[in-house]
Design a protein around this ligand. Structure first.
Ligand code: ADP
Ligand code: MG
Length: 305
């Protein structure tokens, strides 16, 4: 098993940032680690890369325990930290030589690995520049190259696409997919679409606890997210919005203003037809009716509110 987190807890002073979480990433899997800011993603990743000790629980990477075998963990992992700290004054290759030497690569193999990695992350045309001269997207590629240099079986990438423009975003996602082809990848993001674009599976963390861990397809069809949501718009505000709850299966009614109501019902209800009939019966002028898509974004919001 490539990454195995068991009952991991991390406390900073009195604050519990990660609370008894367990998760597993199988060899070859690309797993998205999703959660709002402050959820505990970076903390978990720093522990899994051996940069921060756990307060309680265990983390094994590539079979090595982060407590007892931190050096083997670091050899097994390519890590792109949040905010990708780079030495801006260095030239790209100079920086990669420096990173490689930290990983203990010998100078003869290092040159070869640097060329291969530059190729892999698409840095070819920028390889002779100083890092300070590169765009954010290319700086991320340097960060990814640094993580890949020692050819680790596991990649841990902390928000690798945050702050990129849409073109750079698509390119970096592609690099992650390419680089992840023969590797185990755990990468964090707070964007659901990102997970859809890159991952096999998603683990969602909120306030230090895991609130979902499943393949995307399964998350989409999970019962909590299967509710039907319709926005009905009437010509005027309803004198008694509660009459909508007379419709069988309706769970909640939320006024949105200007005669609009968001109505939620269980998965088996034909809500639109029922609203239409109710409006006709009650002589209410219905001017709009639309069903809201049950997007993964919505599911994420639901799970992390
Ligand atoms: P995420 O990466 O999901 O945004 P973090 O793991 O960075 O979340 O943070 C989780 C919680 O731990 C937050 O409340 C954060 O303020 C707190 N935290 C993170 N690092 C430290 C630290 N070095 N000292 C104290 N509190 C921290
Ligand atoms: Mg973070």
């Amino acid at each position: 098993m490539s990454i195995q987190v068991k009952n991991l807890t991390k406390e900073y002073n009195q604050q519990r940032a990660v609370n008894q979480i367990s998760l597993t990433v199988q060899p070859g899997e690309i797993v998205g680690f999703l959660g709002p800011n402050g959820a505990g993603k970076s903390t978990t990743m720093k522990i899994a890369t051996g940069y921060l000790p756990p307060t309680d629980g265990t983390v094994e990477v590539n079979g090595f325990d982060v407590r007892t075998n931190p050096m083997d963990v670091r050899k097994s992992v390519g890590y792109l930290p949040e905010h990708n700290p780079l030495y801006l004054d260095l030239y790209v290759k100079e920086y990669l030589r420096f990173s490689g030497s930290l990983h203990g690569l010998r100078s003869d193999e290092l040159g070869k690995r640097i060329s291969e990695t530059i190729e892999l992350v698409g840095l070819g045309r920028e390889q002779h520049k100083r890092i300070s001269q590169l765009s954010k997207g290319y700086r991320q590629r340097v960060g990814l190259a640094q993580a890949l240099l020692h050819n680790p079986p596991v990649l841990i990438l902390d928000e690798p696409t945050t702050g990129l423009d849409p073109n750079q975003l698509a390119e970096i996602r592609q690099v992650i997919r390419d680089a992840g082809r023969n590797k185990t990848v755990l990468f964090s993001t707070h964007i659901m679409q990102e997970v859809e674009a890159v991952c096999d599976r998603v683990v969602i963390i909120n306030r230090g606890q895991i609130v979902a861990d499943s393949p995307l397809s399964q998350l989409r069809s999970s019962s909590a997210s299967n509710a039907i949501v319709v926005v009905a718009e009437f010509e005027n505000d309803l004198p008694q919005p509660a009459i909508l709850s007379a419709i069988q299966g309706v769970d909640s009614i939320e006024p949105l203003g200007k005669g609009q109501y968001r109505i939620k019902a269980g998965p088996t209800v034909d809500l639109r037809a029922a609203i239409f009939r109710l409006a006709a019966d009650q002589n209410l002028t219905l001017v709009g009716l639309r069903q809201q898509e049950n997007s993964l974004e919505g599911i994420f919001k639901e799970l992390t509110k």
